[in-house]
Design a protein around this ligand. Structure first.
Ligand code: AMP
Length: 210
């Protein structure tokens, strides 16, 4: 099963991605993680990506599509994969259809009014765990692995505003694209906890196999 995981910045996509990966044995492919690894490694792709990411803008389509095309050609995807952060606009979704078969798009649907606070209060660990300052009680290390938590460089109010604008103008139409293909599953989060959202996600994915 190959899935696209869609959701605004701060919708809790990363948390759901790691739960889905564990339960459904899908390879997690996050374009944001790939870019951040390239920036850290000082690669040419990282140098191009950094200016866009710092401004809260999308990295150009040709760079992003090439990265995903290359990643999908690696031989470790027999059990299926989950794309997180891609496609980010309808052009990328159309390109993806040229080199991959997507079974379903899961849209993690969160009320826009929650998002700014969630992202600006986010603290992350290099192991992939993510927290909100309001739940940390002053702790600065990861409860899972003990490493120091940090704030992503693009999780500041100015960049977040631009990321949210980009999401609602460019990425939200991707849900409609998959709806037209009969592949969209909308997960309405309301005020549900991550565990409750995952119950809905699990039920939806298990239902597909029946
Ligand atoms: P994320 O970790 O998914 O929030 O991505 C962080 C940043 O990486 C985004 O704000 C974009 O600048 C860039 N990025 C990630 N995925 C894509 C994509 N599919 N297309 C263009 N830019 C992307």
């Amino acid at each position: 099963m190959n899935i696209v995981l869609l959701g605004a910045p701060g919708a809790g996509k990363g948390t759901q991605a790691s739960l889905i990966q564990q339960k459904f044995n899908l390879v997690h492919i996050s374009t944001g993680d790939i870019f951040r690894a390239n920036i850290k490694g000082g690669t040419p792709i990282g140098k191009v990506a950094k200016s866009y990411i710092d401004a809260g803008k999308l990295v150009p389509d040709e760079v992003t599509c090439d990265i995903v095309r290359d990643r999908l050609q690696q031989g470790d995807l027999a059990s299926g994969y989950m794309l997180d952060g891609f496609p980010r606009n309808v052009f990328q979704a159309e390109e993806l259809d040229k080199f991959a078969h997507i079974d379903v798009c899961l849209n993690i649907d969160v009320d826009a009014s929650f998002l700014m606070d969630r992202i600006c209060g986010r603290r992350v660990c290099s192991c992939g765990e993510s927290y909100h300052v309001s739940t940390l009680g002053g702790r600065t290390t990861c409860a899972k692995c003990g490493k120091e938590l940090y704030q992503r460089a693009d999780d500041n109010p100015e960049t977040v505003k631009s990321r949210l604008d980009t999401y609602f103008t460019q990425t939200a139409p991707v849900a409609e694209y998959y709806k037209k293909q009969g592949k969209l599953i909308n997960i309405e989060c309301g005020t549900k906890s991550p565990a409750e959202v995952f119950e809905l996600v699990s039920a939806a994915l298990e239902g597909l196999g029946k």
